[in-house]
Design a protein around this ligand. Structure first.
Ligand code: 8YV
Length: 309
């Protein structure tokens, strides 16, 4: 970016404050935020007329007020595709880690207070993955990549999506479509959340819907915390009304509900599903391509259309 444009960097890698963001949008032609930068109405209404593009470093754009951006004629781009496989890998890792108690076992071995006394037949029993029903909420790029992995592990693939995917894809994944999310939730062994956070998906897994899950069910979320009612999730886990959760994202990041952290039914990760060096380089390149295309007077390839979300 520094070679191509007159660039101001956030060298500390720390989230910018709202005041710093306002100062930036007053002078910048292009803003490159990350998930930790909240580009809300208050920030955008103070932007100078020179701000024409928000090239988000990340796929999810729920950190940007898209309606206000559009009304002010500011284009928004993101970085789709390049973090699909990494995110699906981590989703699969959580699908394995929670029922098979991987984090618990590893913590036990590391803990100087506990001393492993050797194998025993009833020690660290978890639950089998193979043959179980996986319900994917959101069958976009990442949902499909999760389905491919899960199928190889012997899981039966079920999904709910706004639109049914093609018959050819359903056949390849041997996937069952559920028009009714409620009905799917009630029948699954594992749920994986892979949809974006939009006004329509906020608390999609509401208190009412979470109660539809079987008490033996697991839930994995590598999408956005806001899609799940986190308080209710914590309550159900505490009450033993759910078997466990693998969570890479949280409703009020970086704050995490302490009840979730206290539960040994939960594997919590610090929003790291896309955190690979290769992925970050690819994301950066996508950002640069979008800015360069825009600066050269072309339509940037990764334009976000609010209506499509
Ligand atoms: C990104 C993410 O690393 O792309 C996304 O939507 O959630 C992350 O994995 C983050 O957005 C960077 O801004």
């Amino acid at each position: 970016m520094c070679e191509l444009f007159e660039t101001r960097l956030n060298h500390e890698d720390k989230p910018m404050t709202q005041a710093e963001l306002v100062a930036a949008v007053k002078v910048a032609d292009v803003l490159v935020p990350t998930v930790t930068d909240r580009i809300d109405r208050a920030v955008l209404t103070q932007a100078g007329p020179q701000l024409r593009l928000i090239a988000n470093f990340g796929t999810g754009v729920d950190n940007v007020d898209l309606d206000t951006a559009r009304n002010r004629g500011i284009l928004v781009t993101n970085t789709p595709g390049v973090l699909t496989e990494d995110t699906a890998d981590m989703t699969m890792a959580l699908i394995l880690a929670v029922p098979r108690r991987i984090a618990e076992g590893a913590a036990y071995m590391r803990n100087p207070e506990t001393k492993w006394t050797g194998w025993s037949p009833t020690w660290m029993l978890g639950h089998r993955i193979s043959g179980k029903r996986l319900g994917i909420v959101g069958m976009g790029r990442i949902g499909q990549a999760v389905a491919r992995r899960a199928k190889a592990f012997g899981l039966q693939i079920h999904y709910h999506n706004r639109r049914r995917v093609s018959a050819a894809l359903e056949q390849e994944l041997e996937a069952t479509y559920w028009e009714s999310l409620d009905q799917m939730l009630a029948r699954m062994d594992i749920i994986s959340v892979n949809c974006p956070h939009t006004p329509a998906t906020y608390h999609l897994l509401s208190a009412r819907r979470l109660k539809l899950l079987k008490p033996t069910a697991y839930i994995v979320n590598t999408a956005r915390g806001e899609v799940i009612d986190e308080n209710e999730l914590a309550r159900l886990l505490e009450a033993g009304a759910l078997a466990g959760a693998g969570l890479d994202v949280f409703e009020r990041e970086p704050a995490v509900n302490p009840r979730l952290l206290a539960s040994n039914r939960v594997v919590a990760l610090p929003h790291m599903s896309s955190a690979t060096i290769e992925g970050r380089i690819d994301m950066g390149e996508k950002v640069i391509i979008n800015i360069k295309a825009f600066a050269d007077g072309h339509a940037p390839p990764d334009r976000v259309h609010p209506a499509m979300l």
